[in-house]
Write a protein that binds this ligand. Structure first.
Ligand code: ATP
Length: 296
């Protein structure tokens, strides 16, 4: 779907060779630190930005054709809403631009704003505005929904409700690509995670696959008498962090590390071993000294 995409802004190579094929029905989370190139990728997918090189195909058509046919619905960061119109009027106006839209009532219900139909957009909270943008994205009854940080302005409760609405949409077998900074949203709602850094895809797979790219576990313990250098020399250790008197020992082989730790420092206590989660994988794979890893 996205092949060999490149986009530069002056000296900034915002997207530096992205290839991504998304199968119908997949729910894909696009993750990456600020400036990784997520929004630029989304903008090219929607035909809002022209790539310097590479191609974008959406269900066999160009992005502009797909948007015109209503096969893509998009919800962008801070997309403008007509201030003087009511929620119902805005959704109806967008519906009128499409050939086979949902009814306005359906779109409002599916995005959880049916009680706000008569409210003017100036009178909406940030989270409510996001849900109206969601209704606008849904009303064409798209096969692919593209969302750029959809829950950015929402509180915890609104986010939960938003994802409940989304679930109703994805249950019907539609495809979704969403960019997010909330790792738990990727963990909870995506079938697949695409992690970007500096304009490239550095990991692509299920949450379990991406997490397992960062081999290892973290052993936390109080180890009286041990120096940082001595702990770093234990087998399998990749990183050491000591805070107060507690060491966090990252390791690619927690069994070997722990065996040697206990035989060398039998006085070690308060020992905890935890797996590196998606957050650990995210931090490790997007840090400056990491080479790319692609599971696809
Ligand atoms: N219109 C533009 N003009 C100049 N530089 C741009 C433009 N749009 C994006 N960039 C630059 O391209 C790079 C990628 O930006 P992009 O917005 O795609 O990242 P992102 O991953 O979406 O970041 P964020 O998480 O902060 O939204 C950044 O360095 C950004 O400053």
């Amino acid at each position: 779907m996205l092949a060999g995409l490149h986009k530069s802004y002056g000296d900034v190579h915002a997207v530096a060779g992205v290839d991504l094929t998304i199968a119908p029905g997949e729910v894909v989370a696009l993750l990456g630190p600020n400036g990784a190139g997520k929004s630029t990728t989304v903008d090219m997918l929607l035909g809002l930005t022209k790539p310097d090189a590479g191609t974008v195909t959406v269900f066999g058509a160009s992005p502009n054709e797909a948007v015109a046919r209503g096969t893509i619905g998009a919800m962008l960061q801070g997309g403008a809403l007509l201030e003087d119109a009511t929620v119902g009027e805005i959704v109806a106006m967008v519906a009128s631009l499409h050939r086979s839209p949902m009814t306005v009532a359906e779109a409002l219900r599916a995005s959880g704003v049916d009680d706000l139909a008569d409210r003017r957009c100036t009178k909406l909270s940030g989270g409510q505005k996001q849900r109206v943008r969601f209704a606008v994205a849904l009303v064409s009854d798209p096969d692919l929904l593209v969302l750029d940080e959809p829950t950015a302005a929402m509180d915890v409760q609104s986010r939960r409700e938003f994802w409940k609405s989304m679930h109703g949409f994805t249950n019907t077998g539609r495809t979704v690509l969403f960019a997010t900074h909330y790792l738990e949203e990727a963990e909870n709602y995506a079938d697949r995670v695409v992690l970007m850094r500096a304009g490239r895809v550095v990991a692509d797979g299920s949450v379990a696959e991406v997490t397992s790219l960062v081999a290892g576990r973290v052993i936390r313990a109080v180890v009286p008498g041990a120096t940082e250098a001595a702990l770093a020399a234990l087998p399998g250790v990749t990183e050491i962090e000591v805070r107060a008197n507690r060491a966090a020992i990252s390791t690619g082989d927690s069994d070997a590390t722990l065996r040697t730790l206990l035989s060398t420092y039998p006085q070690a206590h308060d020992i905890e071993v935890t797996a590196v989660g998606l957050e650990g994988a995210f931090l490790s794979l997007t840090s400056d000294n990491t080479a790319g890893a692609d599971l696809s």
